[in-house]
Every structure is written in structure tokens, then in C-alpha cells.
Design a protein around this ligand. Structure first.
Ligand SMILES: Nc1nc2c(ncn2[C@@H]2O[C@H](COP(=O)(O)OP(=O)(O)O)[C@@H](O)[C@H]2O)c(=O)[nH]1
Ligand SMILES: [Mg+2]
Length: 356
């Protein structure tokens, strides 16, 4: 799964990317602001750390997400807009969007459009994404109209898609969420290949001064989740070693880096959960969509485990932690034997029993 960082120029995307990717050590070169950067990021998970403390495994494997840092979109001039369009497809191919806008003061960094206005920047970016989707819907409609004029055996199919596209266009024009115009799973599937920006989960990051971390969410963010953080502080934090980091955080009165909350927030917005496997060989977090059944989760590890599935020996992480270890969890009757159709919950620690 891939998360794209987008926003106006100089809003703090690359600083945030460096923090998320801990780019200090990863060798990502951020010196070219006109280039995109990609990093694979480990999803912080305290449960996995607890398991590893317990099992001292040979291998420790957290869940991963990809983050893509895109050059800023300068929509204030035509040249910038057409440059931005060259990055639309990278955005479309991402599964989620993090919209980064500036709210930190200061004259040393030139302000986009000569003013600092997080709400206005969100409005502008969202509008641009809506325009991009409208363009796509309109051109699809044109193609469908042309196709309908010719003799075709697909008339019904085309007519249905046209009706859907017209509803989408109406929703976009009325500034309503595009998702409201999608009524069936079949329609959702049909739309997947279009990769509409307005249908992607979006999280807003307001990059603010370190002494202004508390504050209201900009109204123009609408229903989108909003995080206030200081990208610069996060970048500095990411460059420290863990012990120094704790001192630094304590000085600032912060419990955990916003970086970790952002990555986990993305994971949540993507509707992903982790189940965990634990042992002396490996402690590992596996990524699945929320609601995935036990047999499909087993497939994630190995097709043999799904094929020969007998039972999923399952304990909720909190129960395991409270009991101290597996033996304790068993003694307290906390280990369940779940069947193939059991919907795996976030933080389930699972041992699959299988036979092939
Ligand atoms: N004061 C301050 N400066 C920041 C902050 N975040 C980024 N900057 C500065 O703003 C400039 C642009 O940041 P960058 O991350 O490259 O923005 P991008 O163009 O969105 O990738 C750089 O000079 C950063 O040091 C912040 O939270 N506070
Ligand atoms: Mg940048």
C-alpha cells in the first residue's frame, strides 16, 4: 500500500517524508525538490515490540507501508499547474493521500501565494483533485456516448456505466463526496480502474510551529482527519538515537513522535489491520484489510496454510499481555480455536494449525 504526500511547494512534505522514512540513515537524497522520493516504512507497533521482548526472536518483521514524497504543486501559475499534472498519475496509483499544508510562520521560507493560509491551501488542493476527476469522468462519458452510437452488443453495460458517470459528475459539481454516488459493490469495482483522487482516503497534515501543536482543524478539511505537527521537529527527532529522542520528547512535553501517529493513522485510514505471529524464529506483523477471514489471513503467510487450514489458535494481544505469556493465557481460557470464517481482529496473535 502506498501513501502519497502532496501539497503546495515548501509546505514541509520532504521534511515530513524524511521524518517518516528516517531518511537520515536510509540514504534517500532529498536535495532535489523537483523529484519524487519513495521509501518503505516500518509501521510502529508496540505490541510487536512486547512480543519480541518476550520471545527474543531471530527475526523481527513489522508491517510496512510505502510513502511517496511528491514535488510541490504550484497551482498559482499555468506552468506550475501543468507540472503538477505530470504527477497526477503517481497520485492516482497511490492508495492514500496525505495533504500537507503550511501553518508555520517565518520569512525565511517563502510563503505559497505570498500568504500563510492552511484552510485556503486545503481548499485549493481539494478543488484541483475534484477538477482532475471531473476531467476523467467527462472524457469517459464522451467515449461512452460515441460507443453507444455504433452498433454494439454492450448497450446495456454502456448505458449503466453512463448513468453512473453522470451521477459522479453531478456529485462532483455539487461538491458532494463522490462515494455517495456509488451505490453497489459492482459499481465500486467498475470504478477501481479509474483511480479517482476524490475516492482515496485522505488525511490532512497541518505543519505548524512547535509551540502551536494544539489548535483547531481548518474548516475546509471537512470530514477528513487532521493532524497538527511540526515537520521540522519530527525530522530532527528522527535523526536522534532512541535514548536522545526520549530526552528531547520529554523536554517538549510530547509523549510519542507525531511520525508514529501519522504512520499508524494512515494504516487505519487505509482500513488495514495487523495480525501477529510470535515465536523464537520470528515475531511478525501481517497486514490485512479489516474484516479479513482467518483462512484468507492464513493465505497471506503461505498458501499451504490456507489449503490445509484446521484451526486458528487465537489470542487477543491485550489478553496475552495481561496473562504474561501463552501459558498464562491458556490457563485463563483466553486462547480461542477459530474456524475459517472467523474475521481476524487487529492485534490477534495467531498460531495456524494446518495439515497438508
Ligand atoms: N520553521 C519551520 N520550517 C519548516 C518546517 N517544515 C519545513 N520547514 C522548512 O520549509 C522549507 C521547505 O520544506 P520542505 O520539507 O522541503 O517542503 P516541501 O517543498 O513541501 O517538500 C525548508 O527550508 C524547511 O526547513 C517547520 O515545521 N517549521
Ligand atoms: Mg519537497
Amino acid at each position: 500500500m502506498r501513501v502519497a504526500l502532496v501539497g503546495p511547494p515548501q509546505s514541509g512534505k520532504s521534511s515530513l517524508f524524511a521524518a517518516v522514512a528516517q531518511a537520515g540513515g536510509s540514504g534517500v537524497d532529498l536535495s532535489r525538490p523537483d523529484q519524487a522520493h519513495l521509501a518503505v516504512v516500518k509501521v510502529p507497533d508496540e505490541r510487536l515490540v512486547w512480543l519480541a521482548d518476550h520471545y527474543k526472536p531471530k527475526k523481527f518483521t513489522p508491517a510496512e507501508l510505502e510513502f511517496l514524497d511528491l514535488p510541490g504543486f504550484d497551482l498559482s501559475e499555468e506552468a506550475g499547474r501543468s507540472r503538477a499534472r505530470t504527477h497526477w498519475s503517481a497520485m492516482r496509483q497511490s492508495d492514500m493521500i496525505v495533504l500537507v499544508v503550511r501553518d508555520f510562520p517565518g520569512d525565511t521560507v517563502p510563503a505559497y501565494r505570498g500568504r500563510i493560509n492552511a484552510a485556503g491551501d486545503i481548499d485549493e488542493m481539494v478543488a484541483e483533485m475534484v477538477f482532475a476527476d471531473m476531467d476523467q469522468v467527462s472524457s469517459r462519458l464522451e467515449k461512452l456516448r460515441a460507443a453507444m452510437k455504433k452498433p454494439t452488443s454492450k448497450k446495456d453495460e454502456y448505458a449503466h456505466e453512463m448513468a453512473l458517470m453522470e451521477r459522479l459528475l453531478a456529485a462532483l459539481e455539487a461538491e458532494k463526496p463522490m462515494a455517495e454516488a456509488v451505490t453497489t459493490a459492482a459499481e465500486e469495482k467498475l470504478l477501481r480502474s479509474f483511480q479517482f483522487l476524490s475516492l482515496k482516503p485522505t488525511l490532512v497534515v497541518v505543519n505548524c510551529a512547535e509551540n502551536a501543536l494544539e489548535g483547531p482543524a481548518p474548516a475546509s478539511a471537512g470530514a477528513r482527519p487532521v493532524m497538527r505537527l511540526s515537520a521540522r521537529i519530527e525530522q530532527e527527532l528522527a535523526q536522534l538515537d532512541p535514548a536522545e529522542r526520549e530526552v528531547f520528547l520529554a523536554d517538549l512535553g510530547i509523549v510519542s513522535p507525531a511520525r508514529d501517529r501519522l504512520i499508524r493513522g494512515c494504516y487505519q485510514q487505509l482500513n488495514l489491520v495487523s495480525f501477529l505471529t510470535a515465536g523464537e524464529d520470528e515475531c511478525r506483523a501481517w497486514t490485512i484489510p479489516a474484516g479479513t477471514t482467518a483462512v484468507v489471513a492464513a493465505e497471506e503467510i503461505h498458501s499451504d496454510i490456507a489449503r490445509g487450514f484446521i484451526r486458528a489458535e487465537t489470542v487477543a494481544f491485550a489478553d496475552l499481555q495481561a496473562a504474561g505469556d501463552m501459558k498464562g493465557a491458556k490457563a485463563h481460557g483466553r486462547i480461542r480455536l477459530e474456524g475459517k470464517t472467523y474475521p481476524v481482529a487487529d492485534g490477534d496473535v495467531i498460531n495456524f494449525r494446518f495439515n497438508v
